[in-house]
Design a protein around this ligand. Sequence first.
Ligand SMILES: Cc1cc2nc3c(=O)[nH]c(=O)nc-3n(C[C@H](O)[C@H](O)[C@H](O)COP(=O)(O)OP(=O)(O)OC[C@H]3O[C@@H](n4cnc5c(N)ncnc54)[C@H](O)[C@@H]3O)c2cc1C
Length: 428
Amino acid sequence: MGKAHHMTDERTFVIVGASLAGAKAAEQLRTDGFAGRIVVFGAETDRPYERPPLSKGYLLGKEPREKAFVHEPTWYADHNIQLVLGVKVTALDRKAHVITVDNLEPLQYDKLLLATGSRVRTLEVPGAENRGIHYLRTMTESETLRAGLKDGTQVLVVGAGWIGLEVAAAAREHGASVTVVEMDILPLRRVLGDEVAAFFRDVHVAHGVTFRFGTGVNEFGGAAGQVTHAVLTDGTEVPADLVVVGIGIQPNVDLAESAGLEVDNGIVTDEYLRTSDPDVFAAGDVASYLHPMIRERIRVEHWANAHNGGPAAAGSMLGKDAPYDRVPYFYTDQYESTPAIGMEYSGYVVPGGYDRVVLRGSAALDTGANPEFIAFWTREGQVLAGMNVNVWDVQDDIQALVRAGYAGTAVDLDRLADPGVALRDLLS
Ligand SMILES: Cc1cc2nc3c(=O)[nH]c(=O)nc-3n(C[C@H](O)[C@H](O)[C@H](O)COP(=O)(O)OP(=O)(O)OC[C@H]3O[C@@H](n4cnc5c(N)ncnc54)[C@H](O)[C@@H]3O)c2cc1C
């Protein structure tokens, strides 16, 4: 696009959701030379920030607040991006190309990006209104939680998913005692399968976390409005000064749904992140997008998918013909002292979608050192996902194996398990 076009671009692109996907999309629009108007609306009052630190470094008090933000405060104005915070977009009239915003004038758009993300699932049991029962999605919630995590606090975590485990680790580092209640028989079992899920359990047990598997919370008890304990489904009571509920999230599809867009566990899009309306796009946690490699629609609730999906949607809004085909990726960090977990995961498997888990290296905890291994989920010799634990600089190779696997290429599983064979040699 030449400069003359820039000067005359009278289009308005609107982004709903001022978090990672929305902010990165706005950035990409400017990087790609879009010179029209960009308006980003966000219901939160903080400018776009990243959430991973909220359960890790920021919750531990080791990372400054400023580090979590996606851009400097002046960046939006510097790039002529209107960032409107603390307001909710309440309606979308697709025919008129108009959105309605809390207390503001309706706004006409040419292209619209829905980056509305997700919200926590809540635990609706008697006693849930007591003080001291927390959720973790926003910066404010992380700050409130940190204030309550102290040496000697009795913390009860409900749900052994990623958030639950990261909070359990942070609480232990703060010196709190921690019990994790989980309906399943292992943490993360649906995502990782028994073999690798047991490793996560063992690490937390080594750090003094108590698990109560096969149970849920029936009710919370309190005194003077403050939580004191939980009654579990097996009838036992667990004392608690502080509860953190991490039982999953649900995509914010309300706006899309009431506007008649196709919604099915997220806003349905094609591989260009385009919804059933050609002028409306979706990215990040809220998008259920057709993945070209996996050849299915998937919804990914992770940082990288917001970080990369926002810009991919921006490209599509500008008419680029580039399918969004990144290999799904996520990471977690738990504990600083041994045994610590620093891990990355690439690929995609569903429960029952693989026939073997192949380990390269040992997940044993009895060596006194951090275990270093890579786990691969395979089907008929094809690698569908790989997770490196305390092993670094292997993501490119793992993603190459996953791409090959999804394209139907099998590898020798004995060589896959053999640390003496370079990963890149498996495909040659
Ligand atoms: C504590 C925590 C730790 C995490 N750690 C990791 C990690 O280690 N690794 C990893 O890969 N992922 C992690 N994640 C997940 C990652 O943060 C999310 O995938 C990511 O935030 C998704 O970004 P998003 O922009 O799609 O949506 P969100 O971050 O959910 O943001 C959506 C925004 O849209 C706003 N909004 C919604 N509806 C409207 C409306 N109608 N009008 C105006 N605004 C609206 C919301 O208020 C919100 O601010 C973590 C998440 C949490 C909560």
